[in-house]
Every structure is written in C-alpha cells, then in structure tokens.
Design a protein around this ligand. Structure first.
Ligand SMILES: Nc1ncnc2c1ncn2[C@@H]1O[C@H](COP(=O)(O)OP(=O)(O)OP(=O)(O)O)[C@@H](O)[C@H]1O
Length: 624
C-alpha cells in the first residue's frame, strides 16, 4: 500500500464537547476510553458472529491486553475485536466526532434483540489519547476476509499518516501511545492497574495488564506460565437476575467493591427494563456513628464502564449516604452534568430509585419486622434525612418510620398515638438525652406512660418536620408540661395554696410557676418542668448566639412540688415555726436545686451555692 498523507477534518460543531469533556476531567480517562473502544470492538465482532456475518471457531478467548513498554516509553491497548479496514480508519478516526459505534448500532439495530451494549456514542473517546501522547499509532486488521493491515499514526491529532502495518497479522486493533514527558506515570504498572480497577472493573471483556519486561521474564520463569486471571469481573452481580443471587454473593460483592470488612444491613437489587434501562445494587451500610454518613458511595456505570462516584443528578442526594452501584446504559453520561440536570429521563430515574428504596423498606417492615426493628438504629438517621430532603419519600415511608420508646420497644407514630390516646391525645413525649432525663423516664415508667427516644442531631429538625406534616400532632419533651398527665383524677383536690406560698416566698422568681401534685413516688420532693415552647425558643436563640433577637427567650420553668413526699410534708407542718425558719429556707432551696439538677446542668453560681448548702446540711447533721 502506498503511503498516503492528508489532513484530519474536524467537525467544528462537535469540537466544543471535546473541550468541555476533557478540559475539566482527569487525564487518566484515556485508559477508560481506549479499553472501552476495545470492548466495543469485541462486542461488535461477537455480534457479527451471532448474526452469521463473521466466523469463529467457538473457542476464541476475547480479550484486551494493556502493555506497558518502559524501554519505548509507550503503553498499548490490543484487542481481538472487529478491527478496521483502511476506509473505516479514514471514516471513524480521521473524522473527529464521527462515531463508528453509532454507525454500527444504526446499521444493526433492527437485527439486535438485546439492548445496545456498545459503549461509544460520540466519536471522541479515541482523541483523549492525545492528552498524554506525543505520538499515537493504530495498527489494525479488519475481520473482513482479504483485508490488509493498516497503520495510522499522528503526532498531534490533527495530521496523520496511513500506511500498511508491518506488525498486525491477526484480527483486531492495537493502539500504541508514545507518552509525553509529563505523562510518564502511565509507565507505572501499579498506577495503571489502579486506573483500570477504577474504571474497568466490570467491563464485559477480559482485560490483562502486561509489562514488556515481565514478558521477557515470563519465558524463563515456569510458574509465570500459569494462566493469569483478568483484572476485571466480566459478569458483575448486578447483571444477574435478583432471584439467582445468594445473600453470600451480595455480601462478597459489597466487600470487594467497597473494600469493606463490614457486612451491609440489607440491599436492594434494581432491575428495570422499561421505560429506561437501569440495573444496580444499593446497600444500606451499618453506620457506627452519625458522622460516618458522609462516607456513602454510589458508583455510576454506563454499560459496565465506571463513570463517576456520587452523581447527584441521577441519584437523589440523600441516597448518596448508601453504598452501591448503578448501571444506566441509557444515560449520555459522557456529556456534561448540566445536560443531566435538564434531562427528563434523569429525574425519572431518580424518582424510580426513591420508589424502590421505599418499597424495600415497606417489604422489610411488613415481612421481617423483627429484623427491621434491629436495623432501625442504623438506618434511622438516613431515613430521617431522606424525609427532610424529599417530602415525597416521607409520604411513601411514613407508616414504616419507627420510634424506639423508653422500654426499648420499636413503635410507629400511629401505634404510639393510639396507645396513648386516653392519657394524652395527639401528643408525643420524647427523650432527647437518656442520661440527663433519667429521672423523668423513671417518673414516666411509674405512671405507665410512654415516651420515644429522639436523641440524634437530626431529630430536632425531624420533630418540626413531623409536626408540619402530621397536622394536629405535637411533640413535647419528657420534662415539659406533663402536670396534666401526672394528675390523679381520682384524688380529691386539697387546698395547695399553703405549700405553693411557702416555696414561692423562699424561692421567688427562680421558677415561673408553682404547682403541687401527689406524685406516686414519694421519694421525689419536687421536679422541674420546662414549657416546650419556651425551651425551643431558647434553643433557637442559642443558635443565633450574639444576635439581638429583640425578645426574651428565657426557659419557663414550673416547680412541681410533691405533697406526698415526707420532707415536703414536714416543712409545710413547720412553716409557722419561727425557730425553724432558717432550716426550712435551707431545705426548700436544696429541694429546688435537686430538681433543677435532674433537669439539666446547674450554672456555676447555682452549683457553687448548692455545694455550700450541701456542706452546711452535712455539718448540721453531724452536730445533731
Ligand atoms: N479498538 C478499536 N477497534 C475497532 N474500531 C475502533 C477502535 N477504536 C476506535 N474505533 C472506531 O473509531 C470510532 C471512534 O472512536 P472514538 O473512541 O473516538 O468514539 P466512540 O467510541 O464512537 O464514542 P465515544 O466518544 O463515546 O467513546 C469508534 O466508533 C470505532 O468505530
């Protein structure tokens, strides 16, 4: 064949996507592009064999071999796919943004029963090789009988040479990149292996990595003769039908892909054919603490080629807390993200994924309630975050949201409200700190009342959200206005004014209100209740620390005095005894501080006088 020279034509309309595509992305993407091209070439050939348009002895091992040649400072990508004739090289390689993949698909689409598994779309991928090379060489031999091997070379991507190849004598294509000085890292086998691992772990054609030096050693080393295993898994689990996958396979896949020793809690196998193609597996990881939430990872693939982690245009943001893989052959993922934001299919996919997650939760709730209860602590933050982010998600799963109560039972809002209807209709009591509020929990148990534990940092927002969504339902902290609930209706109401007056005269306005009750447990002299509204306002104020909000947001406290308590009884009986005035004063203050202490930490001055008073009381006892 005579040597021919010419200029590469550039379709200017299509040059802009190239700029967009590579100006901002990693250099290593060329490895993904060239391996995907090899993969396409093999898939096209296999398809022709199936259609009877090409011959195969049935034993051929299709593969892509990546070879690093340190001496020549090159890296090559060889496949035994369809190959290219001289005309095809001129058509597909010399015209940037003219995709032979699209051409092939259009030509054979009527004859193809399965969905399109060809990766290329844009006719640009090959040119990414110029990001790292000073010279690119293609040696290719078409599958068509009587073809001549072709060599195409170009030093800058705009001018080329075509001649007969003197190295290619078997069907397929070898693309050799002579690396630029600033891209020598691609001669490092470890580095290249990492990149292949990142992008090509699940490509459908076997990929091998060789190093020219190793190749020479191989002849001498007997053990090396042993067949190497491919770098990739050509049939990833998500492609299998869910009914054929075992739990162990799902767990192994999780451990392998996410390099995690933990076991996932459960998973969702996505498998959609219509109206779009989507396959994948989403795992609910076990979270050790809330801060791990940021660590989720959802890997997005396009026809088994890795595209990126956590593309929030496709996967709803809150689901990015999960770990998983999603393969979406329909998405034009090589295009910029702004395109994705406006794509209708993309929002449909996102909605579909949300629905599937909600369905799975419903299924677990209905069929495996015990297990679901066990998972709840680990998934609750994720679920609540999802509800806050997406009301639609809340509407789908609201009946499956659980609350852990003070007896460590898991209960739905509906069941809680039903159970407590008689005692406090439409009111949910909650604990935000089990240690700090332990006295109130004890009190609730004595009264056979129930409260739920809402102690994660997201719960404050979630409570407001629930109150907004579930009109009429209010959430009150366990130390809030519970006097109504504690009131014993059977009991005759005695005059309580003298007890109130006594305390009020000593304590003054340290608390806003006083009430006298007959608590079932006589050991407790008094408790403090804080109005829910005032506490929320005061918490809000502390979030805006330093800002003048123009209002006073003090917590409104009520002192509930237990008239069944012997100390209270005693001081009330002695209230008119002038000689005991000082002692009564001391005891009343101590009773109030103890009640405050069970509610929250004392301020430094409060603590100071509490300690002084306690010491005084002890010395009084000793001198007795
Ligand atoms: N290894 C190969 N074997 C056979 N043909 C190839 C090979 N590499 C590239 N080609 C041909 O060159 C064309 C252009 O390749 P290029 O990578 O630029 O674009 P593409 O794969 O079609 O699309 P994309 O830009 O989405 O990767 C391909 O469509 C294919 O016809």
């Amino acid at each position: 064949m005579a040597t021919q020279k010419g200029s590469i034509s550039i379709n200017t309309e299509n040059i802009f996507p190239i700029i967009k595509k590579w100006l901002y992305s990693d250099k290593d993407i060329f490895i993904r592009e060239l391996i995907s091209n090899g993969c396409d070439a093999v898939n096209k050939y296999k398809r022709l064999v199936t259609l009877g348009e090409a011959k195969s002895n049935g034993e051929e091992q299709y593969k892509i071999i990546v070879t690093i040649d340190k001496d020549n400072e090159s890296i090559s990508f060889a496949d035994n796919g369809i190959g290219m004739s001289k005309e095809e090289v001129e058509k597909y390689i010399n015209q940037v943004a003219f995709s032979g993949a699209e051409d092939f698909f259009n030509k054979y689409k009527d004859k193809m029963e399965e969905s399109n598994d060809i990766i290329g779309h844009f006719g640009l991928g090959f040119y990414s090789s110029f990001m790292v090379s000073k010279k690119v060489q293609i040696d290719t031999l078409s599958y068509q009988g009587g073809s001549t091997p072709v060599r195409w070379t170009s030093e800058n991507g705009t001018e080329y040479e075509i001649s007969k190849s003197d190295t290619k004598n078997e069907r397929g294509t070898t693309i050799t990149l002579f690396l630029e000085d600033d891209s020598k890292e691609f001669l490092n086998e470890y580095e290249v292996r990492e990149i292949i691992d990142k992008y090509c772990s699940f490509l459908p054609v076997e990929i091998y990595l060789e190093s020219k030096e190793n190749k020479d050693e191989k002849v001498e080393n007997e053990e090396e003769q042993v067949e190497k295993s491919p770098l990739n898994d050509t049939t990833p689990l998500w492609l299998k039908s869910p009914s054929e996958c075992t739990d162990e396979e799902y767990k192994d896949f999780y451990r392998k892909v996410f390099k995690s020793f933990d076991e996932p809690l459960f998973w969702i196998h996505l498998n959609v054919d219509y109206p779009f193609n989507l396959k994948g597996i989403l795992y609910f990881p076990k979270l050790k603490n809330e801060f791990e939430l940021v660590e989720g990872k959802v890997k997005l693939y396009n026809n088994q080629v890795f595209i990126a982690d956590n593309i929030k245009e496709v996967i709803p943001e809150f689901l990015l807390l999960l770990k998983g893989v999603i393969d979406c052959p329909d998405l034009p993922l090589n295009v910029s993200r702004s395109f994705l934001q406006n794509d209708k299919d993309v929002s449909k996919i996102s909605k579909h994924i949300i629905k599937k997650v909600a369905d799975k939760l419903k299924l677990l709730f209905k069929n495996e309630r015990e297990e679901y209860n066990k998972f709840w602590d680990d998934i609750q933050v994720f679920i609540k975050y999802g509800c806050l982010k997406d009301e639609g998600f809340y509407d789908k799963i609201k009946d499956y949201i659980l609350f852990k109560d003070i007896n460590k039972e898991y209960i739905t809002l509906k069941d809680y409200l039903e159970k407590c209807k008689e005692k406090h209709e439409n009111k949910v009591f909650y604990v935000s700190d089990e240690v700090q509020q332990s006295q109130y929990i004890k009190l609730f148990k004595e009264y056979d009342l129930d409260a739920v534990i809402l102690n994660s940092s997201i719960d404050n927002h979630f409570i407001s959200f629930m109150e907004y969504k579930e009109q009429g339902v209010v959430f009150n902290r366990i130390d809030s206005d519970i006097s109504d609930v504690l009131k014993d209706t059977n009991e005759e109401q005695e005059d309580t004014a003298d007890i109130k007056d006594l305390f009020q005269s000593i304590i003054g306005d340290k608390v806003k209100d006083y009430s006298v009750e007959s608590l079932r447990n006589e050991d407790t002299p008094a408790i403090i209740l804080v109005s829910e509204q005032s506490r929320r306002m005061s918490e809000m104020k502390s979030q805006f620390a330093g800002m003048d909000l123009g209002m006073n947001f003090e917590e409104e406290k009520t002192l509930v005095i237990n008239r069944n308590n012997p100390i209270v009884k005693k001081i009330v009986s002695l209230k008119n005894d002038e000689s005991k005035k000082e002692d009564i004063d001391l005891i009343c203050n101590q009773v109030v501080d103890l009640a405050l202490l069970s509610n929250k930490e004392l301020s430094s001055e409060e603590l100071d006088s509490f300690i002084k008073r306690s010491n005084k009381l002890m010395s009084m006892i000793i001198s007795l």
